[in-house]
Design a protein around this ligand. Sequence first.
Ligand SMILES: [Ca+2]
Length: 306
Amino acid sequence: CKLEIAKLQQKLKILQNQLLLGEWQLKDLKEHKYYWVKSKETKFKNHEIEKDVYLPTTSGSLIVYDHDCSAVYNSGKTTSGYYRVRPKSIAEPFLVYCDMLDGGGWTVFQRRSNGKVNFNRGWNEYKSGFGLFQGKKDEYWLGNDYLHALLSNKNNLLKIDLMDWKGVKKHAFYEDFQIKDEKDNYGVEFGTYSGDAGDALSGGANFDMQWSASHQGMSFSTPDRDNDRFLGGNCATENNCGWWFNRTRCHAANLNGHYYKEGVYQGNYDNGIIWVTWQGFWYSLKYTAMKVRPPSFIDLLGSGDG
Ligand SMILES: [Ca+2]
């Protein structure tokens, strides 16, 4: 009889644990609306009767994968979409788009595709991230703290996918991509370039441009936090975004710039979405994605998910 009671007590404990887990999951679902997508009921012209219907996303399960999208890929999930990952150096799991094409395992930390998300934001928003985390082409900045956590303690390959307004695609690879933590202003470092878009992160072809516009070793600046080398002002204010700006010329690549709805643009500042070694300062790109994965995944086809 004693044995039976002990068994029952054990069963009860298991059930209690399951209940606790269920409660936690329910709480999590309620608190994080990013598990749900709004269905677009724009059929109704009268806005008063527009309804927000919430549907589970493809990432609707509460599974948290280890570290990054390469771990998701290795676990057998080879469909592109939003997954929850938790790099070991950060306590809270976060949602991110995993690009499982292009060799698979890419963690996407930046995307521009339609100009719907405002990238003119301050330090804290770039720190913790902003944008939409629902659709395949949604625009977002993952957040500098998350990016730092993703990149820490290992080598990473950075791939940048670019597309112009004619649908022409180019890409750039950088080995050993790293960013520092907040106390070092999320300073960026990168290694050898390869690809067909040109090495804009290093500032372009001539020495003058490299001195003035290379992004190597630059701190992150935002309109409310001037960490650049431009003594006459704040590059982030001129360019309306956060980025790793340098001096005078500010940048040779800026993928967080203003989203112009055409390629060629004019203005007081060359503040579009720029990759200078491909389209110059006065052409704003239509699509960009910045993504990372461990170098062991290296895939030289470079077709991209863009
Ligand atoms: Ca400055």
